[in-house]
Design a protein around this ligand. Sequence first.
Ligand code: PLZ
Length: 446
Amino acid sequence: MSTIEYRLPQKRALVTPLPGPKSAALTARRRAAVAAGVGSSVPVYAADADGGVIVDVDGNSLIDMGSGIAVTNVGASDPKVAAAVAEQAGRFTHTCFMVTPYESYIQVAEELAVLTPGDHEKRTVLFNSGAEAVENAIKVARLATGRDAVVAFDHAYHGRTNLTMALTAKSMPYKTNFGPFAPEIYRMPMSYPFRDQPGLTGQQAARRAITQIEKQIGAESLAAIIIEPIQGEGGFIVPAEGFLPTLVEWARENGVVFIADEVQSGFARTGDWFASDAEGIVPDIVTMAKGIAGGMPLSAITGRADLLDKVHPGGLGGTYGGNPVACAAALAAIEAMRENDLPARARHIGEVATTRLRALADEVPAIGEVRGRGAMLAVEFVKPGTDEPDAAVTKDIAARALEQGVILLTCGTYGNVIRLLPPLVIGDELLDDALTVIEGAIRAAV
Ligand code: PLZ
């Protein structure tokens, strides 16, 4: 593993209370110009970011435990990514791959064929956002199978466009009053070991979903099953072992396209290139975004050549899909992930953090569960002695962490989960400091 060099001091340092005066002034300006419907987790405005820190406009240096929601796995200003972006922008920012194509799009597709699970022949299409990738994976599955129905799961998150809202489980804030929603989407029970009946195996949880699919839809009407191999927004839910392989096997036997939504879990985050790798499942189509391009907007679907190539020429695309600046960033980010062996870094972060959080869980009855894989980790909070979700305490923990200079995100259907998603290039000292702050915030809040 090569050593990572940082541009900014990797230290937590507060020079004002948070938010500082400049951030507060921006919040006031923002209210008059930006629609209220766009939220921000923290009221602190970024000026600079590198490695594990974000420096705000008031000069405070905060520890980033969110990576802009699992995006800046290689850091927010990786020198290779920055140079590749500048170099490409200096030559051309856009021609449109559908008008005058360019090599870097093909190179990204070649890389994704190697990195995604399975050694079958694959094809790739590039887009801009995770939601757009999901939309297109469903388009391909419907065309290729000639079927309409799509299965998604409890606690799923797949995006904010009309089709992906329909796939997303949680109403508030994602769906409330934004309907009507796309038809032919069916929701099935997820494997959620912490909340399932004790002892329910992954295979049993999968059979529970499959029985409902067979009774309520019928395999012959089902185009696709879409699932996050580790659920993100829904609460960092890791399904019981055997759940995913059983679903994949059933899908294969029944001509149903199995789509792994790896938008949040992909690109070294979980200690493998993709979360699907841990149980060796080979999805028919993988959706990707976030970590793919070091912070530049790019997304992709990569899948079985026979499925993707069924679509008529011109059936898939978009003006900006596979933008050349974003492709240059992706190639540099993938190189940085390989060079710094970020899958190994993610496993290391996971070991350090879970050891400390599990020890804390032994002492703190409000911690229902510590879970996750690699650097996709979560702590679920409950009212002590019950499994009743405690969203208030969770919110309080994030607020207390921020007060101390640690950006900590929450998630979960019940809003009772804190999630740890640091940039994978975060140094050990900074990680230890962040964990100390988080432990303190948990002890103080419960
Ligand atoms: N699929 C698994 O996690 C995006 C959304 C945050 P886009 N998750 C963060 C928010 O409140 O909007 C996500 C995801 C999974 C799809 C998406 C959608 O990706 O790039 O946000 O469209």
